[in-house]
Design a protein around this ligand. Structure first.
Ligand code: AHR
Length: 492
């Protein structure tokens, strides 16, 4: 049976904030150290200690924003330990992530250097859990104050004359858990207090992000919005897909067909979370001034056998390409409230873009989806309806096809489509209304095996290829979307 998708190319639904295509990098496992940072003396080609191959690959997906230094690490990070001559920096234990020594060689200056190389906006997460108001306030002063002050002078002593720009600042992370095990009333008060001293110096206007709920903790959102809405610009939400649950997540490869289905069902679940948290936000903020910031999301599995359990290193398969494609489509479709999302985490940790092994580097299927979707960044979302058919997963039904469409400034329309089925193709007709076009092109990422992935020996096993298996009649495209696939169509 042919399913129908209607795209109303003349009905705009607002801009898709490019920050929905954001990323997250924590001091965890081999994300910062080995992933980004190898040090200036490394044999691996680098610019001021940052890997050139990684920067080049990430620039190709236009990373709009990068969140750092955590995660749980943020609430035990003391920024002053990470500035000044590297050989003098304090060493500490990274208690959350493997109990390894953190030598603080990658600190504020190195993070800004990375953002400059990537041409990306920094998003810094401050420490509420084990830090002080003074420490947070001084960090902002150190980074952004232009005049004469103890922190600005200290920055200059460390070689940075002019202040940096800083827009996005998170006031704590997961303060219901690793960030202090707080109750929402208590955190709401702490948030109000800490954010007061996150100052706007000169022209630098900070967008303050409050630590939001875990998954479906709607009471957290209710309390934060009721008690602190006027003091925040964004409220975060964290959601990870663990097919077997948090304590028994299941492997990244070698999983069963049932687990594929469960992964897809847990992926689409984020739509319900967005809608329910948004409903609460609407009650206190009907104008939608406060952004929903999904600053941690992704598929989180058991670590690869033989690797440090605290390092969260996992493989990345065509299943992850679907998790990424479907989630990004959902975020696009909720662009009225979702203004940022940061996949966890960029390199070597959880659902990464890149895996490294010493000097070697591979791109994951998730990376390729971000590359295929980058045209949605800051494009106008288009009205669309999908009659997709469904897949039964236990007692639930999920859509077989996920889609999103946008129009770029140059008028090109992009439709991204995912077939969530592990085995069945989907016949589709795409009705393009309100659009005159001459040319259609496509790129698809798909695979035969459910756990097809790239390895250091076979780095191009899963990657996008050209797709021209469609017919065009008047304003209608007909095509067969293979099982386990993400397709991007460009219509000009
Ligand atoms: O991304 C890994 C961890 O998951 C983060 O540090 C934390 O915020 C979340 O629980």
């Amino acid at each position: 049976m042919t399913r129908k998708i209607v795209v109303n190319a003349d009905v705009g639904k607002g801009k898709i904030n490019k920050n929905i295509y954001g990323h997250f990098a924590e001091h965890l496992g081999r994300c910062i150290y080995e992933g980004f940072w190898v040090g200036e003396d490394s044999d691996i080609p680098n610019t001021k200690g940052i890997r050139n191959d990684v920067v080049e690959a990430l620039k190709n997906i236009n990373i709009p924003i990068l969140r750092w230094p955590g995660g749980c690490f943020a609430d035990e990070y003391h920024w002053k330990d990470g500035v000044g001559p590297r050989e003098d920096r304090k060493r500490m234990v990274n208690t959350h992530w493997g109990g390894v020594i953190e030598n603080n060689h990658f600190g504020t200056h190195e993070f800004y250097q990375l953002c400059e190389l990537l041409e990306t906006e920094p998003y810094i997460n401050g420490n509420v859990g084990s830090g002080t108001v003074q420490e947070m306030s001084e960090w902002v002063e150190y980074m952004t104050f232009d005049g004469e002050s103890p922190m600005a002078n200290w920055r200059r002593e460390h070689g940075k004359e002019e202040p940096w720009a800083l827009k996005y600042f998170g006031v704590g992370n997961e303060n219901w858990g690793c960030g202090g095990n707080m109750r929402p009333q208590y955190y709401a008060d702490l948030y109000r207090r800490f954010q007061t001293y996150v100052r706007d110096y000169g022209d630098n206007k900070i967008f303050r992000i409050a630590g939001g709920a875990n998954v479906d903790d709607y009471n957290w959102t209710e309390v934060l919005m009721r008690e602190a809405a006027p003091f925040m610009d964004g409220l975060s939400l964290h959601y990870y897909v663990h097919p077997g649950g948090f304590w028994n997540k299941g492997p990244a490869t070698g999983f069963t067909e049932d687990v594929w289905d469960i992964t897809m069902e847990k992926t689409v679940h984020i739509e319900e979370l967005i809608e329910k948290h948004s409903t609460i936000m609407d009650k206190y903020d009907p104008e939608k001034r406060i952004a929903m910031i999904i600053d941690e999301w992704g598929a989180w599995y058991d670590v690869e056998p033989g690797t440090n359990p605290g390092f969260l290193y996992q493989q990345n398969t065509i299943r992850d390409a679907l998790v990424a494609g479907v989630s990004l489509n959902i975020f696009n479709e909720h662009n009225d409230r979702v203004q940022m999302a940061n996949i966890a985490q960029t390199i070597n940790v959880i659902q990464s873009m890149i895996l490294t092994d010493k000097e070697k580097m591979i791109l994951t299927p998730t990376y390729h989806v971000f590359e295929m979707y980058k045209v949605h960044q800051d494009a106008e979302r288009l009205d669309l309806s999908v009659e997709s058919g469904s897949i039964k997963v236990g007692d639930k039904e999920i859509p077989q096809v996920s889609a999103s469409a946008s129009k770029a400034k140059d008028g090109a329309v992009t439709i991204t489509l995912c077939n969530l089925h592990k085995a069945e193709a989907s016949d589709l007709s795409v009705d393009l209304r309100g659009l005159a076009f001459e040319n259609v092109s496509g790129r698809i990422i798909t695979a035969e095996e459910m756990d097809a992935h790239n390895t250091f020996e076979q780095p191009d096993n899963v990657k996008p290829v050209e797709f021209d298996q469609f017919q065009v009649t008047d304003n209608e495209l007909t095509l067969t979307l293979p099982s386990k696939s993400v397709l991007s169509l460009t219509i000009k």
